[in-house]
Write a protein that binds this ligand. Sequence first.
Ligand code: CAA
Length: 257
Amino acid sequence: MNYENILVEQRGAVTLITLNRPKALNALNTAVLKELIDAFAAFDADDSQRCAVLTGSEKAFAAGADIKEMESQGFASMYASNFFQGWEKVTSTRKPWIAAVAGYALGGGCEVAMMADFIIAGDNAQFGQPEIKLGVTPGMGGSQRLTLAVGKAKAMEMCLTGRMMGAEEAERSGLVARVVPAGTLIDEAMKTAEAIAAMAPLAAMATKEQINAAFEMPLAQGIAYERRLFHGLFGTEDQKEGMAAFVGKREAEWKGR
Ligand code: CAA
């Protein structure tokens, strides 16, 4: 697929996906979604790729769903097309991926960042769910994922007032894993992605599956699920290799099987 709205680059075992609609501050329209679905599916299917980074520009990760695309729609067209359908394909990516956020991450932009396994923020990042100012609500998971990340009080305040949250507050509130100087964002995100890419791929995938299960399952069920995945990894060559390498005081060489 030829991409017009994103750039995709493989750097070693890390896929760097950059949103590239600068004139619209990377607003997320249907074309962007189609390209992201394709890029994430290609990343997931490529055995040479082990972690991905999704980023935008220094001014905007993404300023939201494309308001110009939605403005003239009515209930029937939104409902019939199940507007925003397809984002669940992005969230069903099985390999780990990081959102590297600088500048505005608003509305759908904040929601896509929250779809990542974690967010690394530049110190100029601004997160927000300002849909209420447009007469609507979050529609790509913001009311749920923001609440899970920062708790009811801040999620309510942000969604009801539309105010933005800066990078420091976002880190303090649990929305982002780490804040770095905006100028070093890509380097820092790539370093983190490379560290993940150097781990046993099946264990990385299973880790992601376990942690995501915490959002879907009661504790006892989540712990049983974790244990089964843990047991399952004992059927892999990488478990033998990882433990033999530790005991033999050498670096492990992962095979991904
Ligand atoms: N959709 C479409 N176009 C957008 C956009 C969006 N979400 N955000 C910015 N743009 C466009 C602007 O229309 C403008 O285009 P023109 O030059 O053709 O006029 C261009 O990007 C630059 O934007 P600004 O001139 O507004 O830039 P600024 O620096 O003055 O302000 C901003 C930046 C504060 C982010 C402002 O652009 C803004 O408020 N954007 C909208 C934010 C928003 O409401 N997001 C939520 C969208 S709804 C949603 O996402 C629903 C959901 O849950 C999924």
